[in-house]
Design a protein around this ligand. Structure first.
Ligand SMILES: Nc1ncnc2c1ncn2[C@@H]1O[C@H](COP(=O)(O)OP(=O)(O)OP(=O)(O)O)[C@@H](O)[C@H]1O
Length: 612
């Protein structure tokens, strides 16, 4: 029980936190029961079979006793004759039934748990992806990931094994004690006085030793860090002639490891001695006393009963010993359920899990306007990012937003996409407030080509199809051609089936952008947001991307978040944003005419940078 992986050098594994189990938490996690409901027949059947198999398991040692007694001509039970062959036949039938019941219990429990968990995983995932952007601002991806993996796995383990084990062990413990009492009250009392004390001591001792071995492991991991650090920074160590200092530091750490390990070993030794002396001592005393009872024939025990007693005593000790760990697992599962429920109870965005229900209902032709939009991010309500921003983009117009870094350009794009909602003012599509549209109607008709294009692990074909999942291969190739992407895609040996993303081919920035443009072309939105890449591409790549963008912008409203002013000269309107306020707006010609204007200043800066 106390055997940690001593001195492996690996950091001790982080355990899932345990939760208190009380009425309130049980009521809360009771909501998860709805996931088992569709399979209640199998679940109840499994429970019933579990109880039967536990009871049969408990009764089975009775056959051993009956066999031993039968060998001495004693009939143990009135309903089992003292005949070895008959007892053997009955045992075979019981074993067969036990096997049958166990088979169904295990398969049914696993079926229930797997199906229920798959549904729970799906719902948690769907809830996660439909949660508003603000939810993600306050949480780390790793933490959310562990909800889906570690927490749900813990619940799954509990449903498949822990719950069944607890029920079985409780039945064995209670049933075992009753049976022991039937055999010999005196022996049972002697056992029950000593056994719980021994088990409690063993558990506490075990925990203590586990803690010590974890400390030693952590210490060793720390000394491994010293090795890693010094080897990585070996030039520094040498330059400062600090070899002796580092060796001393390492030596000191190792000494701590040894001290902790030796301390752990002492307690381990003590634990072993305790087990040998107390536990085996108790067993010996019990058998000794039992043998005495066997020896005084008339009031005492039969050999068979003594054998039964020893087997049941072993059963009970094992059950008592396993219950604390099982209970701890149950606590972890309750904690995991609470955390999963926290996500499930969040309010998600109105997006249906059924793709058909997300289809466009209200068409948008492309008129967009901001009216006095005031906005601060919910995670930082005290910082106002947009102050009364107003502008109009008529259907088909190109509107560029320029301004220094942090002025709020990307925030405006996020508001158009309804990632957040303004605290003041209104965003209108075709003259109607955003709230009059279904969220999916707006997002389905607005596309964004972001600065940094993220491709999913999959083929190029799948990545382009992400813009319109129902698109045919011809449509996808057509979109890629219009986005100047077909040529480089077909130059790969596997063409459109080339796998990209983490495990696949790495595409250049310009290539990824053209894939994103093809994706947006396929989506065919009424409103397009282009978040121009800040890092410049080489001139050939730049030309290809620019051409593709021109193609993409044709016939739709385009909002261009521009970093290079040279690309937006032809825009119908340029909005200059500074610290969340529109300070200028007009065409390129109008803006450069304003000698005091920020736009003129910024374009002069960029022009000078290009010249130098
Ligand atoms: N998710 C967020 N939560 C809180 N504050 C944010 C968030 N995103 C941006 N901000 C803040 O809002 C302000 C505007 O940021 P925004 O990204 O819109 O600027 P930008 O003009 O697009 O800048 P850049 O040109 O560097 O991309 C900044 O002060 C930024 O720190």
């Amino acid at each position: 029980m106390a055997r940690g992986r001593l001195n492996s050098g690996a950091k001790a594994e982080a355990e899932l936190p345990k939760a208190k189990i009380d009425k309130q938490t049980l009521r809360k996690i009771g909501k998860l029961v709805s996931y088992i409901k569709p399979y209640r027949g199998k679940f109840i059947g499994g429970l019933l079979f579990l109880i039967i198999s536990s009871l049969v398991g408990l009764a089975f040692p009775g056959f051993f006793g009956a066999l031993i007694d039968a060998s001495q001509g004693i009939q143990r039970f009135t309903f089992i004759p003292a005949n070895l062959a008959t007892i053997g036949k009955i045992a075979v039938v019981v074993l067969f039934l036990q096997g049958f019941v166990s088979f169904f219990r295990i398969t049914w429990f696993v079926q229930v748990a797997e199906n229920a968990l798959a549904a729970l995983r799906r719902d948690t995932y769907f809830k996660l992806v439909t949660l508003p952007m603000n939810f993600f601002a306050n949480r780390r991806v790793g933490e959310l990931n562990s909800r889906i993996s570690a927490d749900l796995s813990q619940i799954q383990d509990t449903l498949t094994t822990t719950l069944a084990e607890i029920i079985r062990q409780v039945i064995i413990m209670i049933g075992g004690i009753i049976l022991l009492m039937v055999i010999s009250i005196k022996l049972t009392i002697a056992l029950l006085v000593v056994l719980p004390i021994l088990i409690v001591v063993a558990i506490v001792f075990g925990k203590f030793i586990r803690k010590l071995s974890r400390q030693a492991q952590d210490q060793l991991a720390e000394s491994n860090t010293i090795v890693e650090e010094t080897l990585q920074g070996i030039a520094n160590v040498k330059a400062f002639v600090n070899e002796a200092f580092e060796a001393g530091r390492y030596q000191k750490n190792l000494q701590n490891v040894v001290t902790l390990a030796v301390k752990g070993a002492k307690y381990r030794g003590l634990f072993g001695a305790f087990i040998v002396f107390c536990l085996f001592g108790t067993v010996f005393c019990e058998i000794w006393y039992g043998s005495y009872l066997v020896s005084i024939h008339d009031r005492g025990l039969t050999f068979g009963q003594l054998t039964n007693f020893i087997i049941y005593a072993a059963f009970i000790s094992a059950a008592m010993g396993s219950l604390p760990d099982l209970y701890a697992n149950l606590q972890k599962a309750v904690g995991a359920s609470e955390r999963v429920l926290e996500i499930l109870e969040e309010t998600g965005e109105p997006v249906s899990i059924n793709a058909i229900e997300n289809a466009i209902v209200q068409k948008i032709s492309g008129n967009l306007s901001f009216q006095n939009v005031e906005f601060s991010y919910p995670s930082r309500p005290e910082v106002k990012v947009l102050h009364g921003v107003s502008f109009n983009a008529d259907a088909g117009q190109k509107v560029a937003i320029v301004g220094p870094s942090g002025s709020g350009k990307s925030t405006m794009a996020a508001l158009v996409l309804q990632f957040y909602h303004p605290q003041g003012g209104t965003i209108l599509f075709d003259g109607k407030p955003a709230a009059d549209y279904a969220l999916t109607d707006i997002r389905n008709q607005v596309a964004i080509v972001p600065q940094d294009v993220l491709l999913f692990g999959g083929t190029i074909l799948e990545n382009i199809a992400y813009g319109k999942l129902s698109a045919s291969k011809e449509d996808i190739i057509q979109a890629a051609k219009r986005a100047n992407a077909d040529q480089f895609i077909t130059s790969f040996p596997e063409g459109y089936d080339t796998v990209v993303g983490e495990r696949g081919v790495k595409l250049s920035g310009g290539q990824r952008q053209r894939i994103a443009i093809a994706r947006a072309l396929l989506k065919n939105p009424a409103i397009l947001i282009l978040d121009e890449a800040t890092s410049s591409l080489d001139s050939e790549s730049e030309r290809l991307v620019q051409e593709a963008l021109e193609e993409l912008m044709k016939g739709r409203t385009s909002i261009i978040i521009a970093h290079r002013l040279s690309t937006i000269r032809e825009a119908d309107k340029i909005i200059v944003l500074e610290k969340g306020v529109i300070i200028e707006s007009g065409t390129h010609q109008e803006l450069v005419a304003n000698e005091q204007g920020l736009y003129r200043y910024l374009s002069q800066l960029q022009y000078d940078a290009v010249q130098s």
